[in-house]
Design a protein around this ligand. Structure first.
Ligand code: FAD
Length: 434
């Protein structure tokens, strides 16, 4: 079967089989129960930003593209207003008090900043705090691989809006993918212009450039596996199905998208790229684990928050035991040239995160934004240098420069959850083929 992939994952040191076992038996079930928790379920996103690259294809009015907004009463009190992922055991400083005073119950307020301020003493005023926050944002933005959403946005309940088939296709969807691959991916010099990159040419590029292509292709694979495994099998117009329609795996759709016959031999390589991005994000989670394990995951409900922390710790311990198969330290080594390459890499990725504002289907835009932000957060953890020497005992802002906003943490874990589910769904398609 074309979807039975063999051998070692490119540029990693483990096989597809090992990842299948590790993910399906250990990671996937745990992530499923973590991602329904309140801290991870509500994602703040601005779906109304204009497309910066071309005139919008007027937002798609397809029924299944609709994003259901969250209900104010469902948003946990701890996520409203100034939402700051805090370290456990942090002593409340005047700044914490300042932030607490700023809390409001506005569902749409944008104040998703993470600030580690344990060292500040009692003399701080709110003006200095505002200036300090601006500087921190400036410093952080240099590390970012993604454009962060600092201009508004609304909470969306991800459980009410699952990623699945929407019917978004045709010129609008193709323009997005073409622009990503043709204008914002690195290309082998030997490849023909204005065509999709052939997998056989990927090795003509250096490690960093092929890694870039593989993560994008792996993300594309994941999106297309989701829409094939949660396909609209029958619409609401039928009387014998639920008013919402019936959703389930569509094997023909999956085969059309990934079999060698229908993809000029490329499908299995695209499937393998899913494993590459999975290993990269897994490595980022392991690297940030000492930091993530110290956060409160505050929603305002003590029992819920404690359970969330336990579940996060459990997953991160397992992830860390498997993370040596991807080695980011061999990338971007080699002085000023490497730095230039890294800047270019960052620029390309930022462009891709902007392109998500051009996606003409709200539901696809929501999940596209979440997943590119999750990937951008993973790249920041791996390559900004800020997480290289994390020391849990050094919380002082002056000594230790690192921070993640809540939205980055939510997108990182949910984005990894999407990849984990794709690997799980792929196994189900394999079983159908047997
Ligand atoms: P496409 O998937 O549009 O691919 C275009 C071309 O890219 C292919 O012809 C092929 O040459 C190449 N290609 C395909 N797969 C890969 C790969 N993995 N690696 C490298 N090259 C590849 N639709 C939904 O139903 N639900 C969603 O949630 C959804 N989310 C989306 C999110 C984004 C950001 C985008 C851009 C699109 C989304 N779509 C979604 C649409 C979906 O991805 C397809 O574009 C659509 O179904 C049309 O598919 P297609 O067969 O024409 O090929």
């Amino acid at each position: 079967c074309f979807c039975k992939l063999n051998g070692v994952i490119d540029d990693c040191s483990c096989t597809v089989d090992t990842v299948d076992y590790f993910n399906n038996a250990k990671i996937y079930p745990r992530l499923q129960s973590l991602l329904v928790r309140d801290y991870f379920r509500f994602f703040k996103v601005n779906l109304n930003r204009p497309c910066p690259f071309w005139v919008d294809d007027s937002k798609c009015a397809m029924r299944y593209c609709h994003v259901q907004p969250c209900k104010e009463k469902d948003i946990p009190v701890g996520l409203k207003g100034a939402d700051v992922p805090r370290h456990i055991h942090i002593n409340e400083s005047p700044v914490d008090k300042y932030k607490a005073n700023q809390q409001t119950s506005d569902c749409n307020q944008n104040s998703d900043h993470n600030i580690e301020l344990g060292y500040l003493n009692t003399t701080i005023s709110s003006e200095t705090y505002a200036g300090f926050e601006r500087w921190q944002q400036h410093d952080d933005s240099l590390d970012n691989f993604c454009i962060t959403e600092n201009d508004g946005g609304e909470y969306v309940d991800l459980l009410l809006n699952p990623e699945r088939y929407t019917g978004y296709k045709g010129p609008s969807a193709h323009r997005i993918w073409r622009s990503i691959y043709m204008e914002n991916c690195f290309r082998p010099e030997t490849s023909t212009k204005n065509t999709f990159i052939r997998s056989s040419k990927i090795d003509d590029m250096c490690l960093e450039k092929r890694a870039f292509y593989r993560v994008i292709s792996g993300l594309h694979t994941s999106i297309n596996i989701h829409l094939s495994s949660k396909y609209l099998l029958s619409s609401q117009n039928r009387l014998d199905v639920s008013p919402e329609g019936t959703w389930g795996p569509n094997f023909d759709e999956f085969q059309r998208r990934f079999s060698p016959e229908t993809t000029d031999g490329e499908g299995p390589n695209w499937l393998k790229n899913l494993y590459f991005i999975y290993m990269l994000e897994l490595r980022a989670l392991a690297k940030a684990a000492p930091y993530l394990q110290k956060l409160e995951y505050y929603t305002g409900n003590q029992i819920e928050d404690k359970d969330t922390r336990l579940a996060v710790n459990d997953i991160l311990n397992i992830v860390s035991s498997f993370s040596e198969h991807f080695n980011e330290s061999v990338m971007f080594n080699g002085g000023s040239e490497a730095q230039l390459l890294k800047d270019e890499f960052k620029q390309h990725f930022r462009n891709i995160s902007r392109i998500m504002d051009c996606v003409g289907c709200d539901k696809c835009r929501l999940w596209g934004k979440l997943q590119t932000q999750g990937l951008g957060t993973a790249l920041k953890i791996l390559f900004s240098g800020a997480f290289d020497k994390y020391e849990p005992t050094l919380l002082d802002f002056g000594k230790q420069r690192f921070s993640l906003e809540r939205t980055e943490i939510v997108s990182l874990i949910n984005g990894f959850g999407r990849l984990s589910e794709s690997i799980f769904e792929l196994e189900k398609f394999r079983k159908i083929m047997r």
